[in-house]
Write a new protein. Structure first.
Lengths: 514, 278
């Protein structure tokens, strides 16, 4: 009994010290309001739940996790507003590309569509190593379809993509609808009226300077303005029509070298000053690229049948699809450049495709100069500029800057029976053409700049003009000094005296001795 | 770009206009794997394509332990047979920049010549003219061009590479990609070459930087400003950076994913007219 009493006493003591320890552990900390007892029980429960490997090594981390888990975040009552990102906005807009109009009749689909077979073109372009990626091309073609439907165009094709610093342009080439007129005529008329009114009120002195006459724009549907171009930034966004191009803009574009920014109304700051903003510069570059790099297999197009007299020097600008074209074998097309021809007119130095004689003075001017003036004073007529006629083969393209203008190859060497002939322009990097049998296509994807060799040197401003031609009457001379004047005076006196003597000797009078 | 991701990343850079056709892509997939085994690279990248007048060069690059220093470049004409390019030393770089002008011809044995006439001894009558002819072949021009493009125009997003305390540069396996807002800023993209501008930063700026991640130069410090064009492509899902100084270099990154890479497809000429064009 004593042992049990002893045991009881010992266990009683142990129980007491255990209770004391427990109460110590239950004392909440002054800093964190937690107590050790609860914490240890939570840690052990966590270990029981999770059974971590090497529990003894990670026990400190577990303890820290438990403490951290108790910390309650003071939730703010504000919630994040879901912001629509640019991606989501664009996705909404591009969703419209995929909607089919409900009124599409079955019959319409069987007729000729204004668009070429889009998937085929994308496939061939990929074989040639060019293109925007399969999905992007598909989006672009759907956007083209949208353009055709909204504008009611007869024929439309993807011309290419021009990269810009902030955003890029996707360009579509379309034929003009009949009966379209220029929209800018009204603006010019308003300016003329203003000038007339000013002249009546304040007759200012007229300067004799006449600026060189501006070369007139080509009419819509001819020459550099043969096609209308539409651009958009991303497929799905609205298409904008580019204004038609004027020869001054083409010559301006030839002299400057600028990147495109991606917004059509950016001003072009350059020297010589470019007449227009980025939309005009874009249109001018598109015209130059088309004139230089749009090619087709020889024989695909033939000259239009309705020709005037053959004595006319005006270059022919019409061509039609040749129904008898049978396709040239691909190997031949890849080897020789004479199997390809240009089918867009070359742009002359003047900036137009057909030359205009500016030296012919209108009737008013010659009357003002007076009726007495004869016509011999007219300057010699400038020689007409002639470019290579339409449908010239590429083998006649001039070599510029020591590089051949075109590089041609087959798209695949391993399966050459089904390969394409691919043509790459070295003058306009980014212009590609492919041909396979009767199918061909041109595309341009690039920055819109011509290869300029080693360096581009900007045009230097002209020397400042001399105000007056210098001659002896207006050059300043030094005033004569006193000695010189005296010498001159004596000389004059001697001369006078000599003259008087002479007169005296003429008269039959006394001779004076001098 | 990494050869493992070749089959989808080519679509993402195709916005610049040039892609590879299916035949070339499949050939690359096979040959790059063989290349990796033969040369014992850790990673093989398809670096890009340099367009020549007659032939195009396909360039691949293998990376070893240190991503920045262990690099080997190889070239090929048909994506199957690869030839190693000698690394570009300073003297070769100098020779090439003096001599080689114009487009690449496409023949690695083509020799560019440059004749300089030295006239020692002032303008006396007895001038001894020495003609110094520097000759460089196209293969070294290729090596130098690849080296210069890597130095001046290779881009990585911030956080994609880590520098260990030993100086080893390695891929960061826990790179989760830049967020949409971060990806819109040019500050978050770094040049992947030895840093030149780090010491010029003020101490305040350096306080925010993490030395393991920010050991490279930032793109927005490039002169001239505006020589990089940042755009969203492919229905605004992919961020594309294009270099205006080396036209043809395209870098892509999908925000919030670790996918990124760059490729150069162009004619291998630096655009020195850039200040006129901006």
């Amino acid at each position: 009994m004593e042992s049990t009493d002893g045991n009881d006493a010992k266990s009683g003591q142990r129980l007491k010290s255990a209770a004391a320890l427990k109460s110590f552990m239950l004392k909440s900390s002054t800093e964190s309001k937690l107590n050790l007892y609860d914490h240890l029980s939570r840690v052990l429960m966590k270990v029981m739940d999770e059974h971590p490997d090497n529990a003894v090594d990670v026990i400190e981390d577990v303890s820290r996790e438990v403490k951290r888990g108790l910390f309650e975040d003071k939730q703010s009552t504000l919630r994040d507003l879901p912001q629509t990102t640019a991606t989501e906005l664009l996705a909404e807009q591009q969703r419209l590309l995929f909607s089919r109009p409900e009124e599409a009749d079955q019959e319409e689909e069987l007729m000729d569509t204004p668009l070429p077979n889009v998937s085929e073109v994308a496939f061939y372009l990929e074989q040639a190593g060019v293109g925007l990626g399969r999905e992007e091309m598909q989006r672009v073609f759907l956007a083209l379809k949208q353009l055709v439907e909204s504008q009611g165009l007869l024929r439309c094709r993807l011309w290419g993509k021009i990269l810009g610093t902030e955003s890029s342009y996707i360009v579509a080439e379309a034929e003009y609808r009949e009966g379209e007129e220029e929209e800018e005529n009204t603006e010019d008329a308003a300016e003329d009226e203003e000038r007339d009114v000013e002249k009546e009120m304040n007759p200012l002195p007229q300067s004799a300077y006449r600026p060189p006459p501006t070369v007139p724009k080509e009419a819509l549907g001819t020459g550099a303005n043969k096609f209308a171009f539409y651009v958009c930034k991303e497929p799905g966004l609205p298409w904008v029509k580019l204004p038609s191009v004027s020869p001054a803009q083409i010559s301006g574009a030839r002299q400057i070298r600028k990147f495109f920014t991606g917004t059509l109304d950016t001003p072009i700051v350059s020297y010589p000053p470019f007449p227009g903003n980025e939309a005009n510069y874009l249109r001018a570059q598109i015209a130059r690229i088309s004139a230089g790099t749009q090619v087709s297999p020889q024989g695909f197009y033939q000259a239009g049948e309705e020709e005037g007299d053959e004595e006319d020097e005006a270059p022919r600008d019409s061509f039609e699809v040749n129904p008898d074209f049978e396709g040239i074998p691909v190997a031949e097309m890849a080897e020789s450049l004479s199997t390809w021809v240009h089918h867009v007119q070359h742009i002359l130095q003047q900036g137009r495709c057909t030359w205009v004689n500016l030296a012919v003075k209108p009737g008013d001017d010659s009357n003002e100069e007076g009726e007495g003036e004869e016509k011999e004073e007219e300057p010699d007529e400038p020689e007409p500029e002639v470019g290579p006629p339409l449908l010239t083969p590429l083998s006649q393209d001039a070599e510029m800057l020591n590089i051949p203008p075109w590089t041609s190859k087959m798209s695949s060497v391993l399966t050459s029976q089904h390969a394409l002939a691919v043509l790459r322009s070295n003058l306009w990097p980014g212009a590609y053409s492919y041909a396979s049998g009767k199918k061909f296509e041109n595309i341009y994807v690039g920055w819109g700049l011509k290869y300029s060799g080693e360096g581009f040197s900007q045009a230097v401003p002209p020397l400042p003009q001399k105000e007056y031609p210098s001659g002896p009457e207006i050059t300043e001379a030094l005033d004569p000094s006193v000695e010189e004047e005296q010498v001159l005076k004596e000389a004059l006196e001697e001369q006078q005296a000599a003259q008087e003597e002479k007169e005296d000797t003429d008269d039959p009078e006394e001779e004076d001795d001098d | 770009m990494d050869s493992n991701s070749l089959f989808y990343s080519l679509e993402l850079v195709a916005g610049s206009g040039n892609t590879l056709n299916v035949e070339q892509r499949t050939a690359l997939q096979t040959s790059l794997v063989i290349l990796k085994k033969n040369y014992k690279f850790h990673r093989v990248l398809f670096w890009g394509k340099i367009l020549g007048l007659k032939e195009d060069y396909f360039i691949a690059q293998g990376r070893g332990e240190d991503e920045m220093k262990d690099k080997k470049t190889l070239y090929s004409f048909n994506c199957m047979d690869w030839m190693l390019l000698a690394p570009a030393t300073d003297s070769v770089i100098e020779e090439v920049s003096k001599t080689a002008k114009g487009r690449f011809v496409g023949d690695p044995s083509y020799v560019y010549e440059h004749v300089e006439i030295h006239r020692p001894g002032g303008r006396d009558d007895a001038i001894q003219e020495e003609e110094v002819v520097t000759k460089v072949n196209e293969e070294s021009r290729l090596a130098v061009t690849v080296h210069r493009i890597d130095e001046e125009a290779s881009v990585v997003p911030r956080g994609a590479y880590l520098k260990s305390p030993h100086g080893l540069v390695q891929i960061n396996r826990s790179f989760g990609g830049l967020s949409h807002s971060e990806a819109g800023k040019l500050d978050n993209f770094l040049h992947f070459t030895k840093a030149k501008n780090l010491k010029k930063k003020s101490i305040l700026e350096m306080g925010d930087l993490n030395p393991a991640i920010d050991f490279l130069d930032v793109l927005s410090d490039d002169i001239p400003k505006g020589s990089w064009s940042l755009q969203l492509e492919c229905a605004s899902r992919v961020l594309v950076l294009r270099s205006l100084l080396w036209p043809g270099l395209t870098f892509f990154h999908l925000p919030t994913t670790p996918q990124h890479g760059h490729i150069y497809i162009g004619d291998g000429r630096k655009n020195l007219d850039l200040p006129f064009m901006l």
